[in-house]
Ligand binder design. Structure first.
Ligand code: GL7
Length: 809
């Protein structure tokens, strides 16, 4: 790859580029212009390799994978790309000579808010790993004009502001006008007989949307691979606009234009919650149809192979059910456009598609009302109906008179399209994202499918990119690791295990303690600057950052804090190990309980922090607008990682892995990937508490839990519950939370697990006080975090599901 020889060359190119871009002298440039200039310079460096990568894939006709995801939570790209091409130092030194600090330039980039939470961030780690492992794999998604909202806290409450992340432009994208395709919505579709006695589909009177791709380079780490993340934007088609205009209806023409542009305007602010809006379905089909059309076109043009062999060269992976329309859309293309029979098209489709399930929360399972689906996507509906009919025929033949079974596996049932069932039927591979989650899929959620297709099911435990979450976020720790075991772990995260012999080494542990302290200081400075709160960096930094959701139980955490506060108030002599409790995360705008949880945290925080005596021992803070960039400051600063979801609810979690890799000790339930973290580090190096998934399940099925009994029998719980509604917490009332805990029988077992959680917290405090042991635990966590690298995950997908191989560029 072409690089900048040294900082002198950097400065020369920078100056030329800046003049061309901004027509300004250097001293007149804004920080944002400096950022954009460097970003364009990075793009210039990789452009040859980007072209070359695509050329090599096409010339060698290698099998490629396309990862379809409604979200990609990329985070900022400038620093990661500079690190990726090995130019961070040259750039830093060059900018310094010109009078700028790279640290001031990096924050000029807005986090592209193209995701909600873990699912979107996982997709970003996956494309990062694909490129790092020189695997031919690309992302496909939507270029939302507005990302997830920006969160402000006003009067203790969440306020959602639009996230107009594109205001200053996005230097990483390249618009490819010549690669645009048309996507059809509405109209009529029906089957009619052909002359030779077959049936063919007529699809007419639809309206068209132009899908225009914007490509973002995905730069491999210290290799020459540059893959592509293709983001689609909806534009109106000139023909349709003119047609309306020539019909003389300006109003309709305008409406058409508006409606089309709406498709890629907003990312839906939802996270594991159902939102049955028509626009969302349009987004899903838009992304799927545009993505597939461009893949098929490329395949025909560059590979020149038969469509019957499509699956030998192309794999399409669907990240949860949002892109599940890939199944009927590929069928449509194969049958209607390529003239292939149903049976042959079905074989090709199933062999091409793989599906990952990311949640078993019933409210998050996508279902669409049939009338809406049918009117929006009439041709696709006919195909889904046929898939369903053929499938149910098979099921009923195998299990006659077992309508319960048919109901359990139907794609169309009760007036709804069941997207998970469509995804399972249309895929050769179905996987969960942590061992316990995959087990639950096999045993219950998708059990009937599992009995039909046992070989198609597997587990692929999630992972995180150690490049972003260690090398980039925590350079202090990264260089300590280099000094201790060499730098081979940077290319192969599994080598982090070479730290194991040092987990008892006093000198190493001392340095590890210093690194952690440095990172806590950085965090404390951030807090001081932004919130004017002084948090003692020698207190335990106890952090829970993730979307706010009842099942994730931020409520359990804050109730324990409130409990501690009451104890400290009533026992002035009581001493605890000083703690700083930090929270961050967004609540879906329409999710009342989650928003009230944020308010509760903020009100309790105010009460605690203002109390002179209590705040000598603890601080509580809710950090506004948690996103990837804030995560990069928080994970390295954590001592304790809060992973306290109700067992069986969190499919995997990935924040848990980021904390672990940065040396935090997990305080967790036996849920999601916590189970595997526990297995890696053992009881001594994490703290596990609470109900197990089978116990939770047992309560759901057989009953036997009453939160009112907890209330009556436990005076602490009674006090806490009463305080939620009697105005003793800042004069506020938290009725929704009170109801969910008591009137709705505490669906997530917050009160049931409360005592165990308090004990576990005590255990943490005691362990923290034994400094050497604590640092040992921290080191063990880092040493065993290599398993949770997304490189390992992607290698498993590549060899077991996609059957793709590395291609050196
Ligand atoms: C999620 C799961 O909730 C989370 O546990 C998992 O780590 C993530 C990636 O697999 O997927 N499922 C989901 O719908 N969202 C998630 O974050 C939004």
């Amino acid at each position: 790859m072409k690089t900048w020889q040294d900082k002198e060359e950097f400065k020369k190119i920078f100056t030329e580029k800046a003049h061309v871009l901004w027509e300004k002298d250097l001293q007149d440039m804004t920080l944002n212009e400096v950022y954009q200039t460097v970003a364009y310079m990075v793009r210039d460096l990789v452009s040859q390799e980007w072209i070359r990568t695509n050329k090599v894939y096409a010339e060698k006709k290698v099998k490629q994978v396309y990862y379809f995801s409604i979200e990609f939570l990329l985070g900022r790209l400038l620093e990661s790309n500079l690190i990726g091409i090995g130019m961070e130092k040259v750039c830093r030194d060059g900018l310094q000579d010109l009078g700028w600090d790279l640290e001031d330039i990096i924050p000029q980039e807005r986090d592209p808010g193209l995701g909600n939470g873990g699912l979107g961030r996982l997709a970003a780690c996956f494309i990062d790993s694909l490129a790092a492992l020189h695997l031919p794999g690309h992302g496909c998604s939507i270029r939302y004009q507005y990302g997830l909202f920006n969160q402000r806290i006003v009067d203790d409450q969440q306020v959602e502001l639009p996230d107009n992340w594109l205001v200053n432009g996005y230097p990483w994208e390249v618009k490819k006008v010549d690669k645009a395709v048309n996507v059809h919505f509405g109209g009529n579709a029906y089957m009619r007989p052909t002359e030779d006695g077959d049936l063919e589909c007529v699809y007419e009177k639809y309206s068209s949307v132009r899908a225009v791709p914007y490509d973002v380079p995905v730069i491999g780490y210290h290799n020459n691979t540059v893959n592509t993340l293709r983001l689609w934007r909806a534009e109106y088609s000139r023909e349709d606009m003119y047609r309306e205009l020539t019909l003389g209806d300006r109003h309709r023409a305008f409406l058409y234009k508006e409606n089309v542009q709406l498709i890629s305007r907003f990312l839906y602010p939802e996270d594991s919650r159902e939102d049955g809006r028509r626009l969302r379905l349009m987004q899903e089909y838009f992304m799927v149809s545009a993505g597939l059309q461009s893949i098929v076109r490329h395949y025909k043009k560059k590979y020149r192979k038969s469509m019957y062999r499509f699956d030998q060269y192309i794999n399409i992976h669907i990240n949860d059910t949002h892109p599940a329309l890939v199944v009927p859309e590929l069928m449509r293309i194969l049958m209607d456009e390529e003239g292939i029979s149903w049976e042959a098209a079905w074989n090709v489709t199933v062999r091409t598609v793989g599906y990952t399930n990311h949640t078993i929360l019933p409210e998050a399972m996508e279902r669409w009302s049939i009338p809406m689906f049918q009117s929006l996507l009439p041709r696709i509906y006919l195909i889904v109906e046929e898939i369903n009919n053929r499938w149910l025929q098979e099921v009923r033949a195998l299990y006659p008179e077992d309508e319960a079974r048919a109901r359990d596996v139907a794609v169309l049932w009760d007036g709804q399209v069941h997207m998970a069932h469509l995804a399972v039927l249309g895929s050769h591979s179905i996987n969960g994202v942590a061992e316990i989650h995959s087990q639950i899929l096999r045993d219950s959620t998708l059990h009937q499918f599992y009995t039909c297709f046992p070989d198609r099911f597997s587990n692929k435990t999630n992972g995180i990119s150690h490049r972003r979450w260690l090398i980039q976020s925590n350079p202090q720790l990264a260089s300590l690791i280099d000094d201790t075991i060499g730098d081979a772990w940077r290319l192969d995260a599994a080598k982090l295990v070479d730290l194991e012999p040092f987990t008892g080494d006093a000198a190493f542990l001392q340095q590890l303690g210093e690194v952690k302290r440095a990172r806590k200081d950085i965090m404390a400075t951030y807090i001081k600057q932004k919130y004017n709160v002084t948090v003692p960096a020698d207190s335990i930094f106890d952090i829970q950052i993730k979307r706010i959701h009842l099942y994730k139980r931020q409520l359990l955490n804050i109730l324990h804090i409130l409990h501690l506060y009451y104890l400290l108030k009533t026992n002035p002599k009581m001493r605890i190990t000083p703690r700083t409790f930090l929270f961050g995360g967004k609540a879906a705008a329409g999710y009342g309980e989650a928003k009230q949880t944020i308010k509760l945290i903020n009100v309790v925080a105010g009460m605690v922090n203002r109390d002179r005596r209590v705040s000598r021992q603890m601080h509580v803070l809710f950090l506004e607008n948690y996103n990837v960039s804030l995560g990069q400051i928080l994970f390295p600063a954590a001592d304790v990682s809060e992973q306290i979801s109700t067992a069986g609810k969190e499919a995997s979690g990935t924040g848990n892995m980021k904390f672990m890799m940065n040396g935090a000790v997990t305080m967790g339930t036996m849920d999601g990937a916590n189970v595997e973290i526990h297995r890696e580090v053992g009881d001594d190096n994490c703290v596990i508490f609470g109900l197990r998934a089978d116990e939770v399940m047992d309560y759901y099925v057989n009953g036997g839990y009453s939160s009112w009994n907890m209330y009556s029998s436990d005076s602490h719980i009674r006090h806490l519950m009463n305080s939620l509604v009697d105005g003793s917490i800042g004069g506020e009332s938290f009725g929704m939370l009170y109801e969910s805990l008591l009137d709705r029988n505490d669906e997530y077992f917050v009160l049931k697990d409360f005592a165990a959680y308090c004990d576990a917290q005590k255990e943490i405090s005691e362990r923290y006080n034994e400094r050497k042991k604590w640092l040992h635990s921290s080191a063990v966590n880092i040493a065993h975090s290599g398993y949770f690298s997304s490189d390992r995950t992607i290698q498993q997908y590549a060899s077991d599901i996609w059957h793709i191989k590395p291609v050196k560029i």
